[in-house]
Design a protein around this ligand. Structure first.
Ligand code: DAH
Length: 337
């Protein structure tokens, strides 16, 4: 038995040395150390070894098993290392890697996120509506009569079935009030469309942010306080806000909002948004559409506002041409990381 063991040891070592890949080494392991491998078969014969030889032969058996195991493991790692070396031949792993350009949010998206965050703190929820609208939600319900210039075919994208691309996000005021009873406190950022000739200050698609607050006892003071807080949070404490009487069909009274702020550069008033107290005619139109009197104009008042996110972004970042915002030129966008 001892001779046999020595013979196995010699054979196994020779085979391990010859194994040229990991599969071959594994085959040697199975052949000698596997369940029905030669070492295992020999250990079964241990019971026939005379008593006085048992300790010596057993020790030899264990020694050979351990030696084979470590030789096999060693050969496996040597082959693995060889494979790695071959794969890395000619590669200098100490060279710095190729940098991967990291993207960032579009400046308008960044501005929109900041605006949402500020209004959220004042309890405004996000609302949404479709870009493809009907005339009712875009005009009629907003007290905008059939002969209003905004409804002109030259100014608006109409589909052949009479639907249109919304010309402002004020549609979301109507969509929201149709679904929710007062109190309502929402903002609605989104795209608006107009048939404008594209130039340095006009795009056919642009971004607006709408706001609406309806409850009992909402006043112009609430409107002014909300708008002033928003723009001071967004543009800095030194920001001055001016409300200039104006006209919008869906608010009465209506105002244009002018801003003067160091963040906006020039030391002059810049027209930035429209706002006003919701016209009772809008509540009436909503009630009619809902088929109830949830927005009773005798009980509820509200304010609304809307501003262009593109225009605000342009003034804030001194962008000279609105088209830069949609051309996706990374030389431009890379400045807003
Ligand atoms: N919808 C108007 C526009 O696109 C902006 C606006 C003005 C929205 C007054 C309002 C508002 O909610 O009260 O020019």
């Amino acid at each position: 038995m001892e001779t046999e063991l020595e013979q196995i040891r010699a054979e196994a070592f020779a085979e391990i040395g010859q194994a040229q890949d990991e599969a071959a080494v594994e085959a040697v392991r199975v052949k000698f150390l596997g369940k029905t491998g030669r070492i295992s078969l020999l250990s079964e014969k241990m019971r026939d070894v005379p008593k006085e030889d048992k300790a010596r032969v057993g020790k030899l058996l264990n020694e050979i098993r351990a030696a084979l195991t470590s030789a096999i493991d060693g050969r496996k790692s040597a082959l693995e290392a060889e494979r790695d070396t071959r794969a890395l031949a000619g590669v200098d792993v100490t060279l710095p890697g190729t940098p991967v350009a990291v993207g960032a949010l579009h400046p308008i998206t960044q501005l929109q996120h900041r605006a949402i965050e500020i209004f959220r703190r004042m309890g405004f929820a996000l609302a949404d509506g479709p870009d493809i609208e009907d005339e009712f939600h875009c005009f009629d319900a907003l007290n905008t009569p059939a002969d209003h210039p905004a409804r002109n075919e030259q100014d608006t994208f109409y589909f052949s079935d009479g639907r249109l691309l919304r010309t402002h996000t004020s549609t979301v005021q109507i969509r929201t009030m149709e679904k929710c009873a007062p109190p309502v406190r929402i903002i609605a950022p989104g795209a608006a469309y107009r048939r404008d000739e594209v130039d340095a200050t006009h795009l056919a698609q642009f971004k607006q942010m709408e706001g609406l607050y309806v409850d009992e006892g909402v006043s112009v003071a609430d409107l002014k306080g909300t708008i002033e807080f928003f723009f001071r949070e967004l543009l800095g404490k030194e920001t001055r806000v001016r409300f200039r009487p104006h006209f919008f069909p869906f608010t009465e009274p209506s105002f244009e909002i002018d801003l003067k702020a160091p963040a906006l550069g020039a030391d002059k008033w810049l027209e930035m948004a429209g706002c006003g107290m919701v016209d009772p005619a809008v509540f009436e139109a909503v009630n009619k559409s809902r088929g109830d009197a949830a927005f009773d104009p005798e009980k509820f008042t509200g304010f609304a506002f809307g501003f262009g996110l593109d225009r605000l972004a342009m003034v804030l970042h001194a962008v000279p041409d609105i088209r830069l915002l949609v051309e996706n030129d990374v030389r431009f966008l890379g400045q807003f990381k």
